[in-house]
Design a protein around this ligand. Structure first.
Ligand SMILES: Cc1cc2nc3c(=O)[nH]c(=O)nc-3n(C[C@H](O)[C@H](O)[C@H](O)COP(=O)(O)OP(=O)(O)OC[C@H]3O[C@@H](n4cnc5c(N)ncnc54)[C@H](O)[C@@H]3O)c2cc1C
Length: 425
């Protein structure tokens, strides 16, 4: 970029943060708290547009656990995150929001939410904090990062701006209407970084079977198991909640499972549901027998209402292979065995995932080998830092991804300010 004399007075000595999501806002809070001047570039009219729709509008702020436990829930490049998570822990994040005046509550699975159940309260807490720290917001899209002699010198929007350091916190490519359109990957590549392949993670799964008849049905306390189709190796098995949709399956269990299915195509895996994990096969058979004796004169299809939601019965009957209109008193032991198997291992066949723009997070991103885990600074270009989803890290659902955004943002903001910014205080 050849535009030195057109550089605006936008603060040669300040930190530029590209992106006003949770990672960028945390980076700015930390940089400004250390006395650095700071500008967030964010073209959206409001900061934290994606943050405001997280957790179905309730925002699962973080997961209330110790760093060691937290890191077990990181599915990609866990080691890289050690310093960041220990530097700004879930407890620190909870304290930060409490200090900002947002009361929090902890729900099942240690998931933390604002008491108000309003994600916008979290975004507004950031906005207020940034205002109190004097962080400026420039409502312009960054189109380029300028460099000289292997160092970043600033950013270009409609015009160039000089900065002491540049933090790339542009997010991934999922939900692009929120502004996360993947610009950071292009910036990183232009600076010489490698970007690992981008895939949908925490994404609903499309199935071969037509499950539309069960659309809207939620199953609670079931176990979903995913296996590698070729080797038969189990790659995921957890209890929780899942949902049937017009295209296949979704809900927390399926989203978590999908983050383990990124190494291959979805069709290279099998999925099965244990509908009655608390019962052994023998217990279940006894339970079925007892229902059968109660409804001995009914058709088989009309005998399962005590054990299953109505919407699921036709699919279960088809999976069991038992004729639906056979009288219950004619169901044989062998048929019952097939029914028990259908209860314990109800098969569904993944054929794909919903597109990446419907994913909760983007798997893949800037290669962590080219970023210092202790500072989030680029190892290739000085004065460039990365924070948040743009980095090749991701985790389960449960508040982990937002915490990763805050923790990497905190480290990037702190180090950009300490190392390069001219301090006001
Ligand atoms: C529907 C949904 C629900 C979710 N719920 C949860 C949840 O409850 N808990 C949880 O932990 N995680 C949740 N997540 C994931 C979480 O939202 C992300 O991990 C997190 O937002 C990533 O933060 P980020 O700051 O890195 O990126 P983003 O939030 O994507 O922010 C990036 C920002 O950069 C801006 N930007 C992009 N390019 C440019 C550019 N060239 N110039 C200037 N600005 C730019 C964008 O406009 C955007 O505002 C959810 C995600 C989705 C989609």
């Amino acid at each position: 970029m050849n535009g030195e004399n057109t550089f605006s007075a936008y603060d040669e000595d300040s930190v530029a943060v590209i992106g006003g999501g949770p990672a960028g806002m945390t980076a700015a809070v930390f940089a400004a708290s250390l006395g650095a001047k700071c500008v967030i570039y964010e073209p959206n009219p409001m900061l934290g547009k994606k943050l405001r729709i997280t957790g179905k509008g309730r925002c699962n702020v973080t997961n209330d656990c110790e760093p060691e436990e937290f890191l077990k829930h990181v599915t990609k490049n866990r080691k890289f995150l050690y310093s960041a998570i220990y530097n700004f822990t879930p407890a620190d994040a909870m304290k930060f929001f409490a200090d900002c005046g947002v009361a929090l509550k902890t729900e099942r699975g240690r998931r933390v939410f604002p008491v108000s159940d309003r994600a916008s309260d979290i975004a507004e807490a950031f906005v207020k904090k940034l205002g109190s720290l004097g962080v400026r917001i420039c409502r312009e899209r960054v189109v380029e990062i300028t460099t000289e002699n292997g160092e970043a010198t600033g950013v270009v929007t409609r015009k160039p701006h000089r900065h002491a350091a540049v933090i790339i916190a542009t997010g991934g490519v999922s939900y692009p209407l929120t502004g996360s359109t993947g610009d950071g990957y292009a910036f990183a590549e232009k600076l010489g970084h490698h970007v690992t392949p981008l895939k949908a993670s925490l994404v609903p799964v499309v199935t071969e079977e037509d499950l539309s008849g069960m659309s809207g049905l939620t199953l609670k306390n079931v176990v979903l198991t995913v296996k590698d189709r070729e080797s038969g190796k189990e790659i995921f098995s957890e209890m929780g909640e899942m949902l049937f949709t017009h295209f296949g399956v979704s809900g927390p269990l399926v989203l978590s499972a999908s983050s383990h299915m990124t190494a291959k195509d979805a069709s290279d895996y099998t999925m099965s549901i244990d509908l009655k994990p608390a019962l052994t096969k023998d217990d279940l058979d006894a339970r079925i027998l007892s229902d059968f004796s109660k409804y001995s004169n009914r058709d088989f299809i009309n005998s399962l209402g005590d054990l299953l939601p109505q919407k699921l019965i036709p699919y279960m009957v088809a999976s069991s292979g038992i004729p639906p209109r056979i009288k219950v008193n004619s169901v044989t032991k062998e048929m019952r065995r097939c029914l028990v198997s259908a209860f314990k291992e109800l098969a569904i066949t993944p054929v794909g995932t919903r597109p990446i723009d419907e994913a909760i997070v983007t798997c893949g991103g800037v290669d962590v080998r080219e970023i210092s885990p202790k500072t989030m600074e680029s190892k290739l270009v000085r004065r460039v830092f990365f924070a948040g989803e743009v980095i090749d890290v991701d985790a389960y659902t449960g508040g982990y991804n937002l915490q990763i955004a805050y923790s990497t943002g905190a480290l990037a903001g702190e180090n950009a300010a300490k190392t390069y910014a001219v301090h006001e205080k």
